[in-house]
Each structure stands twice: as C-alpha cells, then as structure tokens.
Design a protein around this ligand. Structure first.
Ligand code: THU
Length: 151
C-alpha cells in the first residue's frame, strides 16, 4: 500500500494549526488542553480543540472536533492528523480509542497520526498501528450489498 508522504510545509502548517487550536481548548476539568489538525484530500487543514462539559461524558475530543470541521467543509478523506496535547516526551498524546475509530471512518490504514506538544514534535504512527484489524465502512457495505440490512 502506498504511504502518503507528508511534506515539511504541510507538517509545519498542521503543527501551527493544532497549536493554535489547543490555545482555544476548553478543558477546565482535566486541565489537559488538546488541539488537533487534519489534512484532507484537497490539501486543506481543519482544526479542532477539546471541549469539556460539567457532565463529564459529554466532553468532545480535539480530533472529533477537527474531523467535524473537515466534514462541514466538504472533506471526506483524512491524509494526516497532528495532535498537540499536554503530554511531554515519553508521554506523548495519541488519539483515544474512540477517536481512533472516528479517524478510521475517514482514513485509510496508512493515515499518518503525529503527536506533538508545545515544544516539540513527537512520534508518528499510522492508523493501522494504533487501531489494527479495525472495523470500518467496508464492513457495512458488504452487509448492505448482501441485502442483509433490515430497515
Ligand atoms: N483528549 C483529546 O481531546 N484528545 C486526545 O487525543 C486525548 C484526550 C481530551 C479529552 C479530555 O478533554 C482531555 O483530553 C483529558 O482526557
């Protein structure tokens, strides 16, 4: 499978957008602000931040917010995502399990997932490293094609 090549300028743009988004995070409960930026199939960047809630489970992750912004703008494929969290070296922020699945909806297994903080870039992973053997849209299409969907 061909791996998408992220250019230096795309990486810098993602980093800047995610850091700026993190600056607007609403995280009064965890005090763990996160910003995320997604590069779509048209080369556009969409950012999001975490938005917490006094009813804790209603909080929104930065990656989910960035994906929602991408979809709103008409983007349908994520090529790379960069997450700026509050972890430091050795404790980098990677997407939570739920966000890995949300990324799966709009990304191929080679989707690049980069971690960073305010000071440095951390490791990069592919989505398939973070979410192996995943369930995705193709599974649903097979079921519908087989006529097994009951309205
Ligand atoms: N969080 C994100 O927004 N993205 C991640 O990748 C990890 C966790 C948020 C959720 C919550 O608002 C806070 O960070 C602490 O878990």
């Amino acid at each position: 499978m061909p791996t998408f090549t992220l250019t230096d300028s795309q990486q810098q743009a993602l980093l800047a957008a995610a850091r700026q988004a993190r600056g607007n995070a609403y995280a009064p409960y965890s005090n763990y602000p996160v910003g995320a930026a997604v590069l779509d199939e048209q080369g556009r960047i969409h950012a999001g931040c975490n938005v917490e809630n006094a009813a804790y489970p209603e909080g929104l992750c930065a990656e989910a917010a960035a994906l929602a912004a991408m979809v709103l703008a008409g983007g349908r494929q994520a090529r790379a995502v960069l997450v700026v969290g509050s972890g430091d070296a050795g404790n980098w922020t990677t997407p939570c399990g739920g966000c890995r699945q949300k990324l799966r909806e709009f990304g191929t297994p080679d989707l690049l997932v980069l971690s960073a903080n305010e000071l440095a870039l951390g490791p990069r992973h592919t989505l398939s490293q973070l979410l192996p053997e995943s369930f995705g849209p193709g599974h649903i299409k097979v079921r519908q094609g087989a006529g097994q969907h009951t309205p």
